[in-house]
Design a protein around this ligand. Sequence first.
Ligand code: GTP
Ligand code: IMP
Ligand code: MG
Length: 336
Amino acid sequence: MQSTATIVIGGQYGDEGKGKIISYLALNENPDVIARGGGGPNAGHSVEHEGKKYKIRLIPSGFINKNAKLVIGAGVFIDPEVFLQEVKDFGLDKRCLIDKRATLLEQKYKDEDGASENSKKIGTTKSGMGPTAAARAMRVAKFVQEDERLKEYLCDCVQMVNSAKNLLVEGSQGFMLSNLYGTYPYCTSKDVSAPSICAEIGIGPLKVKSVIMVVKAYTTRVGNGPFAGEVSVEEAEKVGMQEYGTVTGRPRRTNPSLIWEELKLSAQVNSASCIALTKLDVKFPSCAGKRKFDELPEDAKAFVKEVEERVGVPVGLIGTGADAKDIIDRREEIGI
Ligand code: GTP
Ligand code: IMP
Ligand code: MG
């Protein structure tokens, strides 16, 4: 069997910049199929390409590659309103399909998520994820096939991903939000690590060629729950790290450093082959726009080395700006 899949997952609390890394890979590695696994409309990815900024919740962030087929796996919860709006906004027509076995995220689940005291305690995105997961576990959820509007978009994702020559797989959320390994109960409703993402789109472990773990050069979290090293909004603003949520617009909580123990665990469970270190230019502003490792200032190079040593995984990609092309790709140079 040929290993054809590159998997991209988040190593922290989501919002690591997966959208940007995926769009870079989509434009540069010539995937014939790009598949989305993980979560559902709770995800929020930002992609900047050729001066345009896109905010995406359900369709694969790699859509800016116009030749690749786009598909959403059986494990992703589908909110028809969100899906159809994105298809329209991004002019995708029938280019983005959904596995026929995917679960329908109904309005009543959104209402429940919005009104529940427990959802408030957790600080969910209110997009209906938890109630949909519960309904699926109870075997009362509906399939996407039961929504007339989605009928023309359905496919067999398993056949598509297994026959792809070069498959790019997109995870969502981040490892520390995993229902299994994250900060339970302050987490999302599913496991979001690479093994689960594979199951959600329908490939087995032997199909995996590499796993890229996206890590932002500092740590952010939205929603409630434990968060080591948190600083105030004012302090985060001072160092240029204050961010706001893509889906909910909430201010993100900030730790200006990395949480090494969590990253090590994430690297293990995801079997990360390399790290994509994003927003190095936010931590070290003189890195902005650099496209070669040698052009980085010494303190930034030392930080990259520290990440590699402490997490035990090489840093293959480095983000130095917002655009999909603002990246240092040193995978070949370091032999990965
Ligand atoms: P994911 O959910 O992991 O996809 O991240 P996100 O897209 O939710 O993160 P966010 O909404 O914070 O958006 C990230 C923003 O930062 C986007 O506008 C990206 O283009 C931009 N970005 C991504 N990587 C880098 C980087 O390395 N440097 C800079 N300056 N900006 C980046
Ligand atoms: P839910 O997934 O909407 O149930 O939210 C559960 C927790 O996960 C909350 O703390 C959310 O803020 C967080 N969460 C869910 N999806 C994302 C994401 O894509 N980025 C960041 N946090 C997320
Ligand atoms: Mg996000």
